[in-house]
Design a protein. Structure first.
Length: 320
């Protein structure tokens, strides 16, 4: 058996912040942001929460899959920005949905998180351990960025995407995932320091810090290679793929990957212009968008790929 995506959903905060809006609070401009990233706007939370957005996306995915929450065997939530350290985001989802039979856990693989969750779902289904799995990528990155740092704050947005994955004869054909922790500090965010009765450490920079050039070089080398590896495992060529749905980090990265795979840009839909980089939520939000726009037909072969902090990367080739 294989893992097949049988329902998708997504949720964005109601507040849309355009580049011109940002130019009023940080030294930047619409032209500067667009030319370097392709981003025109992003959605930022006000009264929403990571769990609330994840719950809405999950409900949509379950509705499309025509599945009751009580049928779920497992919930996997991917996030670097959950509302709480405890309880896990996945358990909040279990409670909110009423998925009383499901086991639940979180994973943290940053922008690759949704792909790591999908690959885990594939392994669970192939082993026969679980049959019906909800995977969610949800982020509130606006609380992790320094809103005075124009090199990072303009890049990120908040949101959530979800997919219901079911055991089927067709579905995921091949997966690839990897990590390079030796280069991990090129994209980093500090946690809370140790403070107890015996030691006290000063807090470091609590916000996302990024070496953009190094991340770019990593992405344009690693993503095409991982896609080619996954396609080879699946016995397919790039020409066999209907759509490549990549993590929405930067238009230049996506265009470079398309060029290296010798595929037309039309095969690489984007939502980053409207959503920015949503880390683990980027791929499932894009997937839900193309699904709702009826750009996917049953039997289409597609590629999903995530890449980012860690450094991590993940890729899946699947039949829709």
């Amino acid at each position: 058996m294989r893992a097949r995506i049988c329902g998708t959903g997504s949720c964005l905060p109601k507040l849309r912040v355009a580049n011109d809006d940002l130019s009023k609070v940080v030294d930047t401009s619409d032209a500067w942001i667009r030319s370097r990233t392709g981003i025109a706007a992003r959605h930022i939370v006000t009264d929403e929460t990571t769990a609330g957005m994840a719950l809405e996306a999950a409900k949509q995915a379950l509705a499309e899959a025509d599945m009751r929450p009580e049928e779920l065997d497992l919930i996997i939530a991917a996030s670097v920005s959950a509302d709480r350290i405890l309880p896990p985001l996945s358990c909040e989802l279990q409670s909110g949905l009423g998925a009383v039979r499901a086991s639940a856990y979180d994973l943290c693989a940053a922008c690759s998180g949704f792909l790591f969750a999908l690959n885990a779902a594939q392994a669970y289904i192939q082993s026969g351990m679980f049959q019906k799995i909800l995977i969610v990528g949800a982020e509130t990155l606006s609380k992790l960025v320094d809103w005075s740092d124009r090199s990072t704050c303009v890049l990120f947005g908040d949101g959530a995407g979800a997919a219901v994955v079911c055991a089927d004869e067709e579905g995921v054909l091949a997966t690839v995932q990897g990590s390079d922790g030796a280069r991990g500090m090129v994209l980093a965010c500090e946690g809370r320091p140790v403070n107890n009765p015996y030691v006290r450490h000063e807090a470091g920079n609590p916000y996302v810090q990024m070496n953009g050039q190094e991340v770019y070089r990593f992405a344009v080398r690693t993503v095409p290679a991982s896609v080619q590896e996954a396609l080879q495992k699946a016995g397919l060529a790039p020409e066999d793929i209907s759509l490549f749905l990549l993590h929405q980090a930067n238009r230049r990265i996506i265009e470079a990957v398309a060029k290296r795979l010798a595929q037309p840009p039309e095969k690489f839909p984007m939502c980053l212009e409207e959503c920015g980089n949503m880390s683990a939520a980027s791929v499932p939000v894009l997937l839900d968008r193309v699904n709702k726009e009826k750009k996917l037909k049953k039997g289409d072969k597609i590629v999903l790929a995530g890449f980012g902090a860690g450094l991590t990367w993940g890729c899946a080739v699947l039949v829709w």
